[in-house]
Design a protein around this ligand. Structure first.
Ligand code: EPS
Length: 390
């Protein structure tokens, strides 16, 4: 499976073409719209989210509520385009609009300056329109298809916000919660946090950042339940699923780090406190007594839940601008203020769930074939039985 996306933040639409989704997978517009709506929510979002009401249009590859095996084309329109159609015009700009909304003052921490130099754009709008996290909308739409496939095979992807700014959630109860319970609690939390006391403090931090024209980042954790042993592979560097998941997470706008299982903590411990001991029972087959390695060993899943965290830096678009240089005058200036969110960590949690879902679904298709789901199912069930008694 693979996909390509196109679209600017204030252009007419975002588009994706997905290739390799097996035939006969039940797929409805609502399955995708649900994920899009989840991504739009979250305490700390800016005014743009009041304009958009993201809804997918499935333009190809689905008939009678099921995938056909043909490429799937997804479109999400930008409602804000109405306000930008002259400035974002595909046709040459008319005289009244030439140079309007031109961006010459790069924002520190954004793609603006690097992209402008690389692509020789004197108007950095040509960079920020594509680098904007608006693009995550269409990646979530693709992830929603992947989630649907995973769910068909009994897997569930859930995410929660572990930290915003200095406030950390207490997660002592996490192991006792089912995926459905985690989903229920986080859906009710404005910051997608399992710890309600911490959630209140997180919102205070976001309020403070907003009041001061600043922004705040955080840490998101995603868990994939019901994963079989053997997704990914040890044989090539770019087949290793941990590496692929890392790339997927780091490709989310503003993400600066990723950890699997206990992550960086592993560097502080002795080996006996890091590796997970192996056990076997008739009903479970092989399993690990602990899950410090987050379900991945040797670039492959080991049958335990995948546990992965990503850190999002504070959004670089600040109302309290930092120093920068105007590319016309070369004089120091305060960077351009673009409308933005003061915290997008709860939304990024949904994005991370969906990019992780995509990579796991892709590895699943590689292992079990992806022409049609009946064939996959037969193959999968036989494999599970072989793995249990191996
Ligand atoms: C973004 C800036 C804001 C965000 C946007 C990402 O948009 P605007 O510049 O139109 O106010 O709201 O996020 C989305 C539009 C979205 O759908 O998540 C940026 O510069 O990255």
């Amino acid at each position: 499976m693979r996909y390509l996306t196109a679209g600017e933040s204030h252009g007419p639409q975002l588009t994706a073409i997905i290739e390799g989704v097996p035939a006969h997978l039940p797929l409805l517009k609502e399955d995708i719209d649900r994920e899009l709506a989840r991504r739009q929510k979250g305490y700390g979002r800016g005014r743009r989210m009041q304009i958009e009401k993201d809804q997918v249009q499935i333009k190809a590859g689905v008939r009678d509520g099921k995938t056909t095996g043909a490429p799937i084309c997804l479109v999400v329109e930008n409602k804000d385009w109405q306000h930008w159609r002259n400035i974002m015009s595909v046709e040459p700009l008319d005289e009244a609009h030439v140079g309007r909304k031109r961006v010459t003052r790069p924002r520190p921490g954004h793609a603006d300056l690097n992209g402008a130099i690389k692509y020789a754009h004197r108007d950095m709008r040509n960079i920020l329109e594509r680098s904007s996290a608006r693009e995550t909308t269409i990646r979530v739409a693709c992830g929603a298809v992947a989630k649907k496939l995973l769910r068909y095979f009994g897997m569930e992807v859930v995410g929660h916000v572990k930290q915003i700014g200095p406030v950390e959630a207490s997660l002592d109860q996490l192991d006792q919660l089912s995926p459905q319970e985690i989903q229920r609690i986080t859906e009710d939390s404005p910051v997608r946090c399992l710890d309600q006391e911490a959630a209140q403090k997180m919102m205070q931090v976001i309020d403070k950042a907003k009041a001061e024209g600043d922004s705040v980042g955080g840490i998101v954790e995603v868990i994939v339940y019901g994963v079989p042993v053997g997704l990914g592979s040890h044989v090539h560097w770019d087949w290793k699923l941990d590496g692929r998941l890392g790339q997927a997470v780091l490709s989310i706008q503003a993400f600066k780090g990723v950890e699997i299982g206990i992550g960086f903590e592993a560097g502080k411990r002795f080996g006996s406190q890091v590796q997970d001991e192996i056990a076997w029972s008739r009903e479970r087959g092989y399993y690990r007594k602990t899950n410090r390695l987050g379900g991945l060993e040797g670039g492959m899943t080991n049958g335990m839940p995948i546990v992965i965290r990503g850190v999002m830096k504070p959004i670089p678009t600040l109302y309290k601008p930092l120093q920068s240089v105007d590319i016309d005058t070369k004089q120091p200036f305060e960077a351009s203020v673009e409308r933005s969110d003061s915290c997008a960590v709860p939304a990024a949690c949904v994005v991370m769930e969906n990019v992780v879902a995509w990579e796991v679904a892709r590895a699943f298709c590689e292992k079990f074939g992806h022409d049609h789901i009946f064939e996959m199912k037969a193959h999968y069930e036989r494999y599970l039985e072989e793995a249990r008694t191996f």
